[in-house]
Design a binder for this molecule. Sequence first.
Ligand code: SF4
Length: 93
Amino acid sequence: MAKSKAPKNCMNCPHHEVVRDPDPDDWFCDDDKAIVCTLTPNPKKKPRSRFLSERSPHRVVMCAIRPYNLRKEATSPAWCPIKQQEEAQAVKD
Ligand code: SF4
């Protein structure tokens, strides 16, 4: 089996985006961030949500992250479209 080219960490992927995700109930988490995948639409999109990450048009990889923990919490998810594409290709081969 060929070695996977899917990034293990979304921070190493050109398709990630870091967005502000302040906790509306916690002033000291005002600088929280979320990581979203720009290749995947957000299945839980809630246009009226109080949380920025839920209003995002892109699927959230991880929300409510302290800024200094971004890389630590950005492990690419099982639903990563690059991983899914590789798995689908492997089944065909
Ligand atoms: S989920 Fe996959 S495609 Fe999306 S940002 Fe992360 S590594 Fe990139």
